[in-house]
Design a protein around this ligand. Structure first.
Ligand code: SAM
Length: 287
């Protein structure tokens, strides 16, 4: 009997190695926008295979590079406002505490599933972060467990920056609303950096639904900013993917047919499309 083909992405935690492998590929380029020397080690074979297997990989690479670059810069900006702690929710195999110029006194706390945290701890045991790094293994969709873990971390801090990078899409609308409420309820969390995709409800790229069957994109809203505004978080600053890609000199790639279309469609239309996604720093709405 023929056995069913198992997809490489067997659950949402596998998407962490997809992102790490993408950062490893960027780091190998002669014109790399950032260096992530530990990404290849963390991504492993699984990450490399996922990158190769995903349709529209040039577009993913381009988007992840712009996102990483913008978030790096925005984190440094927000740290200047006196942040003493960063909580990175769904940190996956991110290595910012090792590769960014962070103050040694900064607390950086990563949250992800216990197995992701255990594997990361083991792989990075010999490496020294720039700041005070902790990791918490928790299922972030377990609201009670998440609130306990977050409160425990945030009560020891006075000015906390929350970060969710490539994470929100995997949660349902109700889970995202609860997360927004729970972060708002912790008064020391002053800002929240996240990537946004404000293209509204639309189908995934062809082939993605099957590949992401075990890690579906679930968060779907008509207006990303309205959703978070209604939940008490308003945009303080945002950087669109278009702006970041122009800043770093990385135009949309020449993948067929989208890269060609993007070069022949009216400029205004393209600029509008590429401005629908990006990175936003949210701050709590003033009372
Ligand atoms: C696309 S990866 C992004 C990882 C990292 N932020 C980055 O940009 O490289 C999504 C991450 O969210 C984590 N995640 C998703 N749902 C989660 C949950 N319910 N509990 C804990 N972690 C979760 C996954 O394990 C994975 O590491």
């Amino acid at each position: 009997m023929a056995s069913a083909k198992v997809e490489l992405i067997s659950g949402v935690s596998a998407t962490a190695s997809w992102m790490a492998a993408t950062r490893a590929n960027e780091s190998r380029r002669s014109d790399a926008i950032f260096q992530d020397p530990l990404a290849a080690l963390l991504a492993g074979d699984q990450g490399r295979k996922i990158v190769r297997s995903m349709p529209r990989r040039a577009m993913v690479h381009w988007g992840v590079v712009a996102r990483t670059s913008a978030i790096d810069r925005l984190i440094l900006d927000v740290l200047d406002s006196g942040v003493d702690t960063v909580v990175n929710l769904g940190a996956g195999l991110d290595t910012r505490p090792y590769r960014m110029p962070l103050p040694a006194s900064l607390r950086w706390i990563e949250f992800d599933f216990p197995d992701v945290v255990a594997e990361k701890n083991q792989l990075l045991a010999e490496h020294r972060p720039m700041c005070r790094l902790e990791r918490v293994g928790v299922d972030l969709s377990d609201r009670d467990a998440r609130t306990r873990a977050l409160s425990e971390c945030a009560t020891r801090s006075t000015n906390v920056l929350a970060l969710t990078e490539g994470v929100i899409s995997y949660f349902t609308n109700a889970e995202v609303k609860h997360l927004a409420d729970d972060l708002l309820a912790i008064s020391s969390i002053r800002a929240w950096i996240q990537d946004f995709d404000n293209a509204g409800r639309r189908p995934l790229p062809v082939g993605w639904e099957k590949k992401l069957k075990a890690a579906p994109f679930q968060f779907q809203v008509d207006d990303w900013f309205d959703f978070f505004r209604a939940a008490g978080w308003r945009p303080l600053k945002s950087v669109t993917t278009l702006e970041e890609s122009e800043r770093i000199g990385r135009p949309y790639p020449l993948d067929f047919p989208y890269g060609l279309l993007i070069r022949v469609l009216p400029k205004d239309m393209i600029r509008k499309i590429l401005s629908l996604s990006g990175i936003v720093v949210l701050e709590r709405r003033q009372a």
